[in-house]
Ligand binder design. Structure first.
Ligand SMILES: [Zn+2]
Length: 309
């Protein structure tokens, strides 16, 4: 008798075909369903499986949903039809927030109305940030692929992803987007009520590539790297970008600016990005060993420049 564990390549094929969500309602939280029941078929074939959310799975189990209805949805999955997932509401709340990017921590306390903690911007785009609304920090994100197509959007806690990426998994509290096997675009852990942890990410926008990997945040175009810092912004008065890469955005204040000239903007391969980050990883640990955590902006700039020379 076959194991109940679904082989990873089969599970991925099912996710891809179903658009990474319940085939009926598109919700990103789902289970794998054997159309004829595993107890009947005793095997895991992608063609015989689909994705259902908790509600629709329970309805199917209770026979409040017919097999024909599930098959019809499986033939024309909700998210594949729409090109994006059904919104999922995250439960971020509270009057403080914290973002961990590699070995760096960005934190803020209660802000003014309309304030935002934005760890990194590329030109005017912020890949991920917390906005302060009605006394609470709410999570926001806007992530692009190599063609400047939006692949993930979080708007005041409401998560929607595109079906464009090669694979998307949302297991436990961790969402992972991949552009190919072992090629992670984003690995984000939602640590409720007020923290996110990003261990791996590739933020791309208008020919600029910012990579989070091996504990570092690396700006590949300019050969800058940051690590081992905590920036506590305290109570923030407005929208603040802590590391503004590229053109400093007009719509917000910023702490550090790493300009990227037009001639430095280009398509950067994943291989080049990772090679840069790995080469810096050892060096940066040595360079920054003498710098205190909770460093000032000037110290961070100095350390970063040391590395890029
Ligand atoms: Zn559903």
């Amino acid at each position: 008798m076959a194991s109940r564990d679904i082989p990873e390549d089969v599970a991925r094929e099912v996710r891809q075909r179903c658009g990474f969500g319940c085939v009926i309602c598109g919700l990103p939280l789902y289970e794998y369903e054997h159309l004829e029941g595993f107890a009947t078929v005793h095997r895991h074939l992608a063609d015989e499986m689909t994705l259902l959310c908790n509600l629709h799975h329970a309805e199917r189990t209770k026979r409040l949903l017919t097999l024909d209805a599930v098959r019809a949805a499986n033939d024309n999955p909700h998210n594949r039809r729409n090109g994006v997932s059904t919104p999922y509401d995250l439960h971020y709340t509270g009057s403080a927030c914290r973002v961990r990017l590699g070995s760096m921590t960005f934190a803020a306390d209660v802000g003014a109305a309309g304030a935002a903690l934005i760890p990194v911007t590329i030109d005017e785009n912020a890949p991920i940030w917390f906005a302060f609304e009605d006394g609470h920090y709410l999570l926001n994100a806007k992530l692009f692929d190599v063609n400047d197509q939006v692949i993930l959007r979080i708007t005041n806690n409401q998560l929607v992803y595109s079906v464009l990426p090669w694979d998307i998994t949302f297991v436990g509290r961790t969402l992972i987007l991949r552009e190919a096997k072992r090629r992670i675009l984003l690995e984000i852990s939602f640590q409720l009520p007020n923290e996110i942890v990003i261990d791996r990410a590739v933020f791309r926008y208008k020919g600029v590539t910012v990579v989070v990997s091996s504990g570092l945040l690396g700006i590949v175009n300019t050969r800058n790297a940051f690590a081992n810092f905590t920036i506590s912004a305290g109570s923030i008065p407005s929208r603040v970008s802590l590391i503004a890469v590229g053109d400093p955005p007009d719509s917000m204040q910023w702490l550090l600016n790493v300009p990227v000239r037009q001639g430095q903007r280009r398509a950067i391969s994943r291989q080049e990005s990772l090679a840069f980050v790995r080469a810096q990883a050892k060096q940066i640990r040595e360079t920054l060993a003498h710098v205190e955590r909770d460093a000032t902006a000037a110290e961070i700039i100095a350390a970063s420049r040391t590395l890029s020379e």
